[in-house]
Structures are given as C-alpha cells and as structure tokens.
Design a protein around this ligand. Structure first.
Ligand code: NAP
Length: 263
C-alpha cells in the first residue's frame, strides 16, 4: 500500500482528499497535517473519521515520525514553495493541488526534483473535464485567435486569476501569435475593467458564494463565436485525478506540471 500524508485536511479540498484516501484500498493514510495549534480538536476530528491517524502541526515532526511515500497538499499559496522544497529535500513524492507558484519557483523546484530523480505532480486542476476543456481551447485557438477567459470560483479562494485560467492562457499562447485584443485605442475608465493580461489574452475572475470551480473560454471571429465551458459542481470531481496522480508519481523521475501529462 502507498503511504499517504495529507496537508490541509481540514480545508474543502483536503477533506475530500482525506475521504478518497480512506476509501481507496491502494492507499494507507499515515498522517494528517494542520498548521493550527488546537491539536485536541484535531485528534477528535481524526477519530471522528474512524481511523487512528496521527495529526501533526509541523511538517518536520511529521516526516521524522512517519515517513510517507506521498504528500497530498491542498493548503495555501503562502507556504507551498517552502513545502515543496522540503518534500524534495526529504524524497517524498508531492501531489499538489495548491495553486499560486510563480514560473520561476516552479522551474527551480522542477530542476531540484529532476536532480534527485524524484517523481511528483503539481496540478492546477485535477478534474479530467477541465483538462479536456484546456486541450480543446488550445486546438480552437489555432482557428480562433481572439479569445478571453472567464473563470468563476467560490469567494473563499485566495489567488486570482485561478491556476487553471493561467494555464489555459499559457497553452493558448503556444499556438497563436501574441496580439493585443480589442480596439488599439481602448481605454479602461476603471482600472481592471478589461481584466488581467497573459500575452494579450484577457482573464476575468469572478468570486461568488455558491460557486465551486468553473471556467468559460470564449472565442470570437467574424460573424461567429465559440464557447467552451467546464463546471465542477462538487469537489469529488477532482478526486479521481488526485488518486491517479498518487499512483503514477511513484514511478516518475520528475516534477510534472499538469495532470494531462499523466492521463
Ligand atoms: P480551504 O478550504 O481554505 O483549505 C485550505 C487549508 O489549508 C486550510 O484548511 C488550512 O488548514 C490550510 N492553510 C490555509 N492557509 C494556510 C497557511 N497560511 N499556512 C498553513 N496552512 C494553511 O481551501 P481549498 O478550497 O481546499 O483550496 C486549497 C488550495 O487548493 C488552494 O490553493 C486552491 O486554489 C487549490 N485548489 C486546487 C484545485 C485543483 O484541482 N488543483 C481545486 C480546488 C482548489 P488548517 O485549517 O488545518 O490549518
């Protein structure tokens, strides 16, 4: 069985991942990590889940006590670079959904993982439907170079734009020539009105209660339009991808960015 630790297990994604690991016979849940100090409360939560799983409030203590094979992480952009550096140093395979790493941080981590031949996965989106949406968007951009992205998430999300929207724009940018969209003389009467800009592709971020994770990639051309839309209605939509990542990274030798490379 693959020994799994989960960081951020009290969060929305982390709790879904905890249930997935407990229910999947390929995995053994060996540790949970929360940076909150109210450990009494955490122990109650751990028992509530029906398993005798130790809960730690420090990653160093967790790894010294229970060395997991895999570290599932759904925490915060603030700490994910440090966590990944630590996991690479300790030869633990990361399976990370936490978004917010910069390009420079990502390539630094990828180099260090490759030097150690350590397999890992960082996936801005673990849903198979979202991966297909990105793939189809890239294909459509060959024919429809004018495109804007509207991503919609729950109002507790910390980073904007979403990792999925950034990834979609970066993928589209590989197949179309860089261009400024809209009127060359357009003026924003309010800053931000035209959204964020990735290589001329505008990204608009919506944050509302009730939403989970949704994205629309909207193409326009003379006399026609094309809209690709993906909706995650429930966080369980991400868990098949997380499980697949946990199994596959055990046999990889690099830190892969994007679930599509493991499908
Ligand atoms: P959430 O419900 O707020 O949970 C995040 C958990 O991380 C919290 O419960 C907290 O754990 C921990 N945490 C938060 N800030 C922290 C900090 N500064 N230091 C240490 N731990 C901290 O968030 P979520 O919706 O589950 O999302 C978590 C991450 O996953 C976000 O980056 C989000 O963008 C990303 N995400 C990825 C996907 C994907 O498919 N890749 C899908 C959805 C979301 P404790 O309460 O135990 O301290």
């Amino acid at each position: 069985m693959i020994k799994v630790a989960i960081a951020g297990f009290r969060g929305k994604m982390g709790s879904s991942a905890t249930n997935m690991v407990l229910e999947d016979a390929r995995f053994q849940l060996v540790a949970l990590l929360s940076y909150k100090k109210d450990i009494t409360n955490l122990n109650q939560l751990s028992q509530y889940q029906g398993e005798n799983v130790p809960v730690f409030s420090s990653k160093e203590e967790l790894v010294e006590t229970v060395k997991p094979d895999i570290w599932i992480d759904f925490t915060s952009p603030d700490i994910i670079f440090d966590t990944l550096s630590f996991l690479i140093e300790h030869d633990i395979h990361p399976v990370v959904g936490t978004t917010g790493l910069s390009k420079e941080e990502l390539s630094d981590l990828q180099k260090r993982a490759s030097d150690k031949q350590l397999g890992g996965l960082i996936a801005p989106n673990f849903s198979v439907g979202a991966i297909l949406m990105m793939r189809f968007a890239k294909e459509a951009a060959n024919y429809f170079p004018d495109v804007e992205i509207i991503e919609l998430h729950h109002d507790q999300k910390l980073d904007a734009p979403s990792g999925t929207a950034l990834r979609t724009a970066e993928e589209i940018a590989t197949v179309r020539e860089s261009k400024k969209q809209g009127h060359p003389d357009e003026v924003e009467l309010l800053p931000g009105a035209r959204g964020a800009d990735v290589d001329g592709i505008k990204i608009h971020s919506v944050r509302l209660p009730g939403l989970i994770a949704h994205q629309q990639v909207q193409f326009g051309a003379k006399g026609e339009g094309l809209i690709l839309r993906h909706d995650s209605y429930d966080r369980s939509s991400f868990m098949a991808g997380v499980a697949l990542g946990c199994v596959k990274v055990m046999n990889e030798q690099e830190l892969i960015y994007g679930l599509e490379y493991l499908l």
